[in-house]
Design a protein. Structure first.
Length: 320
């Protein structure tokens, strides 16, 4: 277990995952001890008001060094990345941000003796030759998006820094993440967030994937629980040092629409697959996360219907 007086840096704190993870870390470590950092200031009032914010570009190692020297961070969560769909529009920039950003954080952690680093990987590390059902922890990986290639390379570098320099860096291969607080940006799984917004606005949802495209997904509350669970596990229990498979549920657009219809019976969905279909079709449909279960006790709490209920409840409250 990490010390609850640790100072913690969250890079990419205003993003979909960062905005919720930062709040949870502030509950654990105290608002003043958790620095939210991003390239633009937070819009969310609870994030803005609950602790310090620093404007930082992860591609600027000098500024990062100055920040770390000032706060003496014990832990860094590095979440800033270009996701799968956006990455295909700007491949070189996605590679630069995803890889140079990671190197800057890993090197900073070594220089400043940061005790623990978290870096997210993704199901995008898998590709068309990977077994698609119950994808094992160790298997064929032939990612075909820049995002997936950068995550696979990043996993190897995290393991390298652990083996070679003893840096305690930990990682999870997230499925598609679904939450109500912040909108995601540029992912292939993001239809499963937009769909709830459109359903509540009474609009027909135009889905960019086919109705039967199964993908692994996870509710944000579970993603936060998994991230904190991994980061608080004793080092000797963290046996996977590239990145852990992580699973909660799998569903298709047709199934999430049916789940929403239990609350909004006249909700309508139409299908208009675009380039993101090819990305989704190259990813696993379900994930074997038995290593995470065995090593540090991972168990998800939300299935599709529980997630739908909570999403609709919270989005309704936010729209009031
Ligand atoms: C994306 O769709 O790009 C991300 C991911 C699965 O990592 N949500």
């Amino acid at each position: 277990m990490a010390n609850t007086s640790d100072t913690v840096l969250v890079i990419g704190a205003c993003g979909q995952l960062g905005s919720e993870l930062t709040l949870e870390l502030r509950n654990i470590y105290g608002g003043a001890n958790v620095v939210a950092a991003d390239i633009a200031a937070p819009k969310q009032a609870d994030l803005r008001d609950s602790g310090p914010f620093e404007k930082i570009d992860v591609l600027d190692p000098k500024a990062m060094g100055e920040l770390a020297a000032r706060y003496k961070f014990k832990q860094i969560y590095h979440l800033a990345a270009v996701l799968s769909a956006t990455g295909e529009k700007q491949p070189k920039f996605a590679w630069r941000l995803n890889m140079d950003g990671l190197f800057n954080v890993l090197d900073l952690a070594l220089e400043q003796k940061v005790e623990r680093v978290y870096w997210p990987s993704s199901i995008a590390v898998f590709g068309p030759s990977t077994p698609r059902q119950h994808t094992p922890q160790q298997t064929i990986m032939d990612p075909n998006t820049v995002y997936g290639i950068s995550k696979q390379a990043g996993e190897r570098w995290c393991e390298y820094y652990f083996q070679k320099y003893g840096l305690d860096v930990r990682s999870l291969r997230y499925p598609g993440l679904i939450g109500y607080k912040a909108l995601p940006g540029g992912g292939t799984t993001d239809y499963a967030v937009d769909i709830y917004h459109k359903a509540l606005e009474g609009e027909t949802f135009e889905c960019f994937l086919n109705e039967d495209t199964y993908l692994p997904m996870m509710y944000m509350a579970d993603a936060i629980k998994a991230t904190i669970g991994l980061m608080h596990a004793p080092a000797e229990q963290v046996k996977v040092r590239d990145s852990y498979n992580l699973s909660a549920m799998s569903f298709s657009p047709k199934e999430i629409a049916a789940s929403i219809r239990k609350h909004i019976p006249d909700f309508e969905i139409i299908y208009n697959p675009d380039v993101r279909q090819k990305i989704a079709s190259s990813w696993p449909q379900s994930i074997d996360d038995s290593a995470a279960q065995q090593d540090w006790g991972w168990q998800p709490a939300y299935d599709l219907d529980a997630m739908t209920e909570d999403m609709l409840l919270n989005l309704r409250k936010m729209k009031e």
